[in-house]
Design a protein around this ligand. Structure first.
Ligand SMILES: Nc1ncnc2c1ncn2[C@@H]1O[C@H](COP(=O)(O)OP(=O)(O)OP(=O)(O)O)[C@@H](O)[C@H]1O
Length: 248
């Protein structure tokens, strides 16, 4: 089922997650609209990563629902949720040190019924697709470089390439600019900007200037609850947000 641009594609409603006595996420509701870039911000411990883990199935909510188009995601394993079209990048980039960029992308685009081993040993069939993804993540010149020899920024871009290769419709980015220098952050911004409209994107990010520049809407979490959702302009002028987050 395809979704019209601007229509809700992922709807989070009344999501709550308790870890014993700690309420990490409390009655959180917001939606991602098809084609938008949506920021998820808030102080440390506000519940951002927990929210993403509840969407991807790494955690199961105490209550509430997560809907992706017509599908209820709660209770499904992460592999099912990924296969439905929800991809994520992690705070800490995951990669195989001795494997080339080309092989990482080959693995990402493989038919999921094929084992990793059979793909690692085979030559890629769809070289055009691999090259197209490499270009989108600025790694065309690095296709034959093993991952351990990439710069930190390039490893991050490879991680994004792997998510693109998995044919995700929704991409969840957890602090993609963490540890990047200024020029790498600018390059990341170009890469994400180029994805605008082709994917629905949720981005957790502490670099508030980057979030303001790149997002269409922002949700602010505080103590596990939604403080506000709105356009970047609405969020930066919101009195509650200024008080708890922007430090004004
Ligand atoms: N597995 C867990 N067990 C117990 N408490 C947890 C667990 N995971 C998260 N928490 C708590 O839930 C709250 C929200 O954590 P979470 O990591 O989602 O916040 P965050 O907004 O992503 O923070 P940061 O910006 O530091 O990454 C915190 O108080 C955290 O200590």
């Amino acid at each position: 089922m395809s979704v019209e641009r601007g229509e809700p594609v992922l709807s989070i409603e009344g999501l709550t997650k308790k870890f014993d006595s700690v309420v990490a996420v409390e009655d959180v509701s917001f939606e991602l609209r098809a084609g938008e870039i949506h920021g998820l911000i808030g102080p440390n411990g506000a519940g951002k990563t927990t929210t993403v883990n509840l969407v991807t199935g790494e955690l199961e909510p105490t209550s509430g629902s997560v809907r992706f188009k017509d599908d209820d995601l709660v209770g499904r394993p992460p592999s099912d949720i990924a296969r439905l079209g929800i991809g994520r990048s992690f705070q800490v980039v995951q990669y195989f040190p001795e494997m080339t960029v080309r092989k990482h992308l080959h693995l990402a685009i493989r038919d999921p019924s094929k084992t990793v081993r059979s793909v690692v040993d085979a030559d890629p069939e769809d070289t055009a697709r691999i090259e197209e993804i490499a270009e989108r993540v600025h790694l065309s010149e690095r296709l034959d470089t093993v991952a351990k020899n990439l710069s930190h920024g390039e490893k991050r871009f490879l991680d994004i390439g792997v998510v693109l290769g998995m044919d995700s419709e929704v991409i969840l980015f957890d602090e993609p600019a963490a540890g990047l220098n200024t020029s790498e952050t600018e390059e990341l911004e170009e890469i994400i900007e180029d994805l605008r409209g082709d994917y629905t994107i949720l981005i957790i990010e502490h670099d508030i200037d980057l979030v303001r520049r790149i997002t269409d809407r922002i949700t602010v979490l505080h103590n596990g609850s939604v403080l506000a959702t709105g356009t970047p302009e609405e969020i930066v002028s919101n009195e509650d947000v200024k008080e708890v987050y922007l430090g004004e």
